[in-house]
Ligand binder design. Sequence first.
Ligand code: FNR
Length: 198
Amino acid sequence: MTTYNIGYFVGSLSTRSINRTLSKALIKLAPETLKFTEIPIRDLPLYNYDFDASFPPEGTALKQAIEAADGLLFISPEYNRSIPGALKNAIDWGSRPWGTNSFARKPSAIIGASVGAIGTAVMQSSMRSVLSFLDAPQLNSPEAYIAFNADFYDADGNVSDESTAKFLRHYMSEFAAFVERVLDANAAGHIGDRDPAG
Ligand code: FNR
């Protein structure tokens, strides 16, 4: 059985984060081929390019964690119809110094929970733009906009509502298949790598 290492980001720093609860549920419901490691964002300084000359250990650790992962999962709230600052800051760190973008060709997926009805749809749209610019292939379907119902989850991420559990299980199984497809494609190279005569 081939296993894949998934680095995951939780976009909320709150101790009461519903997105952290969602991350626990997703890990529990994922296929056993996926192994999860959180990529922490809390202690990163605010990025600016003065750091490029000498990256702090937090920035280097973040880039190494992204590069070591086979795939990336972003589980995030929507703040003011966009990406929470802490998560955007982490992405900026991972994208730099120029020429060392750690996200390139990394299979990625975005999911988020909100107390609002549209379930982080606008944040996810912003994230798609950012990750596209960073050349990270993204799971397009299924989309997962979670209007969070606290009654469906316990603190450990057990999901009592069967239709929610089924949807999240399906999402993670599609993500696993997507990671495998992108890694296969990466291993096969891309058009620019091919010998035109071949
Ligand atoms: C929010 N919230 C929110 N919800 C939403 O659906 N769309 C939005 O644009 C916003 N904007 C927003 C801004 C800020 C600064 C805060 C603190 C909150 C509400 C948000 O969905 C709710 O607080 C969630 O509980 C946040 O997720 P975590 O932090 O609990 O994982």
